[in-house]
Design a protein. Structure first.
Lengths: 242, 300
C-alpha cells in the first residue's frame, strides 16, 4: 500500500442480523488530510467509525488503518490512533494534570516524556491556572480542547473525532478548529464527524453517508458545484434523505 | 404576556447560573434562547416550569406566578427537557397514554394537535421507548409534552446532536404548532436556528447579551465584516491574527470573517500584507453579519 494512505477501506460492510448498517463503503484518507465524515442520524457513521478504530469486527470487506488491518491487527490500530467523542472524553473527577498523566501513561509514555508533554500541553492551551482543578469544573469548551490535545499525546498518525464541538460556544468552536488545522498542518490525519455544516466546509474532503452507503465524496468546493448549491448545508439537505 | 421574567437570579454554591435575567414572551410568539452549554438555559427552563425556585426575582407563565401558582402552571404548560425523560420500559403508546391520563385527557381528544408528529412514530407504537432511535425519542417526547394541549410549550435544546435534515423537519413542525396558537420558548446552541424565531435572547454565562428580533440583532453589528479566502486556510487565519490592525478573525465555512480596528480600512493593504506572507488566490469581499458574528462580538 502507499505510505500516504492512512485509511484504506474497500467494500467495508457491517450487518446486524438482516439489517445492513454499513453497506460496502470504499474510500481512502490521505496523510495530513482533514476528512469530514457526515450523514444523518442513523445513516451508519458510528458503526463505520467503530470498525475503523478496531472495536467492531466488520462482516465483510477490507480496511487498513494507520498501517494495520482491522481484522487481524485491531489492537495495533488502537495503539496508533487517537480518539475523542463528545460523550466520553476525560474523567470529570480527576484534575487536569491527573487526566493528562493517566492517558499518557495508558499509551505507554515514559515518566519523563509525560512530564515534558504535560508541560507543553498545559502551556499551549493556557491552562496554567487550573492544572489542579477537577476537569468536571471546567467549561465544556475547555474540556473539549483539553480532550483533543490528550487524544494526540502519543503522536498518533490519525485522530478520530466524533462530534467534538456539539453544544460548544461559537468562539471556542473556532478555537477548536484552529487546533485541528494545527494538527493537520503537522501531518496528523483528522477524521471528524459533525452536525455543523459550516465545519464541513473546513474539511479538505467530505463524505456523506445515506442509509449505510457513501453517496458523495469530494472536496466541499466540488460537492457544491456538483449539486449546484452555494453551501454544504444545501448539499446535505439534497442528499441526506436518499 | 405569556411569560414574564423579572430580575431572576440563581446560584448553585459558588456558580452563578443566572444573573439578573429579565424578558417577556408575547402570546403565540416563538421565542428562542440562544446560547452554548453552560449558559444557564436549562436552569431558566426549570424555574419557569416550576421545578426549581429562583434565589431572587419573580416570573409568571400564562399570568400565574411560578412559586405561588405552580400547580396551575403545570396544567397549562408542556415541557420537553433536554435529556430524554420518558419511561424507557413503557411502549410509545403507553407513554403517551400515561401522560394523557395524568392530565385528565385522552390521546383521542387532542389527537389533532399531535397528529402531524405522531404519524411518524405510530408504526412503532408497540415498541419500548428505550429502543427507539434518537430522532424518534425526540418526536415521542414532543407528543407527550403536547398531549394535554398546553398554552405554552417549553423545549430545552430539542435539536442538539440532531442532523441538519432532522433539525429542519423539527423546526417546520414548530412553525405548524405556532399556527395552532401555542406560545413556544425554545433553546438551542445552533445559531442558524435563531433566524427561525420571532424574537431571540442571546445568553452566555448566565447573562442575557441582547434581546430582539433576529433581523434587528444583526443590524446592530458595529463593524463591516469582510469575507477573506486564500489558498491555505490555516496560514490565512494565523496571518490575519498577526495583522496589526486586526479586530477579529473567525473561520466561517469556506471563508474567514475579518474585521479591522480602523475606520478607514483599505482591503488592498490587507491583500498586499497577505501576499507578503506568501498566500495566493486571495479574495477580500464585504459581507453581512450573521447572528453568530453578533454573538461572538458580544461574548468577546
Amino acid at each position: 500500500m502507499s505510505n500516504n494512505k492512512v485509511i484504506l477501506a474497500e467494500g467495508l460492510t457491517k450487518m446486524f442480523g438482516d439489517f445492513t448498517a454499513v453497506n460496502a463503503i470504499t474510500f481512502n484518507v490521505e496523510k495530513g488530510e482533514i476528512f469530514g465524515f457526515l450523514g444523518a442520524n442513523g445513516a451508519g457513521k458510528t458503526t463505520a467509525m467503530k470498525m475503523l478504530i478496531g472495536i467492531s469486527n466488520p462482516t465483510s470487506g477490507k480496511a487498513n488503518v494507520a498501517g494495520f488491518d482491522v481484522f487481524t491487527h485491531a489492537e495495533d490500530i488502537k495503539k496508533n490512533i487517537g480518539y475523542m467523542s463528545q460523550k466520553f472524553a476525560l474523567y470529570d473527577d480527576l484534575t487536569v494534570k491527573e487526566n493528562i498523566t493517566f492517558f499518557a501513561g495508558i499509551y505507554g509514555l515514559s515518566k519523563n516524556e509525560i512530564k515534558e508533554k504535560r508541560a507543553i500541553l498545559i502551556k499551549e492551551l493556557g491552562l496554567e491556572n487550573v492544572t489542579n482543578k477537577l476537569v468536571g469544573s471546567l467549561p465544556l469548551g475547555w474540556k473539549q480542547k483539553l480532550s483533543f490535545s490528550v487524544s494526540l499525546i502519543h503522536n498518533p498518525k490519525i485522530v478520530f473525532l466524533d462530534e467534538p464541538t456539539g453544544g460548544v460556544d461559537p468562539i471556542t468552536r473556532r478555537q477548536f478548529w484552529e487546533l485541528i488545522y494545527k494538527a493537520a498542518n503537522e501531518g496528523t490525519t483528522v477524521f471528524v464527524t459533525t452536525h455543523y455544516m459550516d465545519e464541513a466546509e473546513y474539511c479538505d474532503r467530505v463524505s456523506i453517508m445515506v442509509n449505510g452507503k457513501i453517496e458523495a465524496l469530494d472536496t466541499p468546493k466540488n460537492l457544491k458545484k456538483q449539486y449546484k448549491v452555494s453551501n454544504m448545508n444545501d448539499v446535505f439537505l439534497k442528499l441526506a434523505r436518499g | 404576556m405569556s411569560i414574564t421574567v423579572n430580575h431572576i437570579s440563581k446560584s448553585y454554591k459558588k456558580v452563578k447560573a443566572l444573573e439578573d435575567i429579565s424578558f417577556k414572551v408575547k402570546p403565540n410568539e416563538l421565542f428562542g434562547l440562544i446560547g452554548p452549554d453552560g449558559a444557564g438555559k436549562t436552569t431558566l427552563f426549570r424555574i419557569l416550569t416550576t421545578l426549581l425556585i429562583a434565589d431572587e426575582g419573580t416570573a409568571t407563565v400564562v399570568d400565574f406566578d411560578v412559586v405561588k401558582d405552580y400547580k396551575k402552571i403545570r396544567n397549562n404548560v408542556g415541557y420537553m427537557p433536554g435529556k430524554f425523560s420518558l419511561y424507557q420500559d413503557l411502549t410509545v403508546e403507553e407513554n403517551l397514554n400515561f401522560f394523557a391520563t395524568i392530565f385528565g385527557t385522552s390521546i383521542e381528544e387532542n389527537y389533532e394537535l399531535i397528529q402531524d408528529v405522531y404519524v411518524q412514530i405510530e408504526p412503532f407504537k408497540k415498541r419500548r421507548a428505550g429502543k427507539l432511535s434518537g430522532g424518534m425519542k425526540q418526536k415521542l417526547a414532543l407528543c407527550c409534552a403536547l398531549i394535554h394541549k398546553p398554552k405554552v410549550l417549553f423545549l430545552d435544546e430539542p435539536t442538539t446532536g440532531v442532523d441538519p435534515v432532522s433539525r429542519k423537519e423539527f423546526w417546520d413542525m414548530l412553525k405548524r404548532l405556532q399556527l395552532k396558537g401555542i406560545t413556544i420558548l425554545v433553546s438551542t446552541p445552533y445559531m442558524d436556528e435563531a433566524e427561525l424565531c420571532d424574537r431571540i435572547a442571546l445568553i452566555q454565562d448566565g447573562k442575557i447579551l441582547e434581546i430582539d428580533t433576529p433581523e434587528a440583532i444583526v443590524k446592530h453589528y458595529p463593524k463591516q465584516i469582510y469575507n477573506v479566502i486564500s489558498n491555505n486556510m490555516y496560514q490565512l487565519i494565523n496571518s490575519l491574527n498577526d495583522y496589526e490592525h486586526c479586530h477579529s478573525v473567525y473561520p466561517f465555512g469556506e471563508f474567514v470573517h475579518y474585521t479591522d480596528n480602523r475606520l478607514d480600512f483599505n482591503p488592498k493593504e490587507l491583500k498586499a500584507y497577505l501576499e507578503s506572507k506568501n498566500l495566493t488566490e486571495i479574495k477580500i469581499e464585504k459581507t453581512k453579519a450573521t447572528i453568530e458574528d453578533t454573538f461572538m462580538e458580544l461574548a468577546k
